[in-house]
Design a protein around this ligand. Structure first.
Ligand code: C2E
Ligand code: C2E
Ligand code: C2E
Length: 89
């Protein structure tokens, strides 16, 4: 096991996401809205997503998963802990 503890979750900040320009964040916002709808999870300020979903999003954004993670951290949509979630890919 990692000395830093279990792999952290990928937690999207939905309020921050809603503030970002559509050109940047539109695809992610649609993806998150789809997951919320599939789960019936509409009231959250945050949304935990699957590691698999970050892989899919990286394809959509034409980046590697770690590049996309850095971008989402710089936007304030993921926190820095997310780096460790992606290291295990
Ligand atoms: P599914 O993948 O067949 O999952 C069925 C149910 O198993 C989910 O119902 C949920 O209660 C549970 N489940 C599956 N994987 C996990 C997990 O990693 N953590 C937790 N806490 N529970 C899990 P739910 O939430 O109503 O989702 C219904 C369907 O919506 C899912 O069926 C899946 O097709 C889709 N879905 C929901 N959330 C996600 C997501 O984050 N990513 C993707 N790719 N699909 C999702
Ligand atoms: P946590 O995973 O650290 O989540 C803390 C709080 O963030 C949750 O409190 C909830 O308010 C919010 N949150 C995180 N992910 C989501 C999300 O995808 N949708 C929404 N709507 N809110 C989210 P909450 O619900 O009282 O849960 C407290 C703790 O209970 C969670 O801490 C976690 O340890 C556990 N828990 C809750 N749901 C699940 C689950 O589906 N799977 C697992 N493994 N643990 C869960
Ligand atoms: P979590 O619920 O704490 O689950 C942590 C990890 O345990 C998941 O990481 C996945 O690898 C595994 N796991 C949990 N439940 C299931 C399951 O029913 N089927 C399978 N095959 N694996 C399961 P993952 O996939 O990266 O998901 C991270 C977090 O995203 C989950 O933490 C949960 O908070 C959320 N999540 C993912 N899928 C769903 C879903 O379908 N419904 C809901 N409500 N939450 C989900």
């Amino acid at each position: 096991p990692s000395p830093l503890g279990p792999t952290p979750k990928l937690v999207i900040d939905l309020e921050r996401l809603a503030q970002l320009p559509k050109e940047k964040a539109g695809a992610l916002a649609r993806y998150a809205a789809t997951i919320q709808s599939q789960r019936g999870d509409y009231n959250g300020k945050v949304l935990s997503i699957r590691q698999e979903d970050l892989r899919s999003l990286a394809v959509i954004y034409d980046k590697s998963p770690s590049e996309l993670t850095e971008e989402l951290i710089s936007w304030g949509v993921l926190d820095a802990e997310a780096r460790r979630a992606v290291e295990s890919f």
